[in-house]
Design a protein around this ligand. Structure first.
Ligand SMILES: [Ca+2]
Ligand SMILES: [Ca+2]
Length: 208
């Protein structure tokens, strides 16, 4: 039984893609991941901040699901990003009722250290008896009803960190599961200066 559980966990797959600065264009085309969508399941979802605060130059949280994309590589008002000098934060996505999720795709764009993505993804369907919908930093979501789905890390090992990034979380079975909520636990991608919070342009959720 233990072996079976391990295999099930290993079925979650994270695909990464990157357009370096000289190749990043406003159409967000990638080799391995579809371009952002205007009519995916996230479009109708409700977003709620759980912990952390957005930068004063950031777009509203809803810009993550509005289907709109920044027109150039450094467009604060076209992206959602946590406050400078903070270590990120958490927000929740609510679909209203459980949906069968095939993919969670996240997109970001910045010419420097705000380009890469670093976050943990959790999910819940509301049947969890101890579910805490608002776990603040310091509380492990997995300890209060949330299922850990994946760690997404697009930070390059060397070379430039700017450009367009796309990450896709999926499952080799074809479905990540049926969930009502997703929790995004977002971290700074570097600590050299105060500008390590990712410029998130869009989040797509593809349902079955
Ligand atoms: Ca979308
Ligand atoms: Ca957007």
């Amino acid at each position: 039984m233990a072996l079976l559980i391990v295999l099930l966990l290993l079925d979650v797959r994270v695909t990464l893609d990157h357009n370096p600065n000289n190749l990043a264009k406003p159409d967000f085309k990638f080799k391995n991941i579809p371009s952002p969508s205007k009519n995916d399941a996230a479009t109708q979802a409700k977003l709620t901040m759980i912990d952390g605060e957005l930068d004063q130059n950031s777009a509203e949280l809803s810009a993550l699901i509005d289907g709109r994309l920044p027109h150039d590589e450094d467009e604060p008002s076209g992206n959602v990003f946590f406050n400078s000098g903070t270590s990120g934060g958490r927000f929740r996505m609510d679909f209203g009722s459980p949906i069968d999720i095939v993919q969670v795709n996240t997109y970001s764009w910045h010419p420097g250290s705000r380009g890469p993505q670093l976050y943990k993804l959790y999910a819940a369907d509301r049947s969890e008896p101890n579910l805490n919908l608002d776990p603040k930093r310091g509380v492990d979501p997995a300890s209060c009803g949330w299922k850990f789905v994946a760690l997404v890390n697009t930070i390059p090992e060397r070379g430039e960190d700017g450009g367009q990034y796309a990450a896709s979380v999926s499952d080799t079975s074809g479905s990540l599961g049926k969930y009502r909520y997703l929790l995004f636990d977002c971290y700074v991608t570097e600590l050299y200066n105060n500008n390590g919070n990712t410029f998130y342009s869009e989040i797509d959720v593809i349902r079955k």
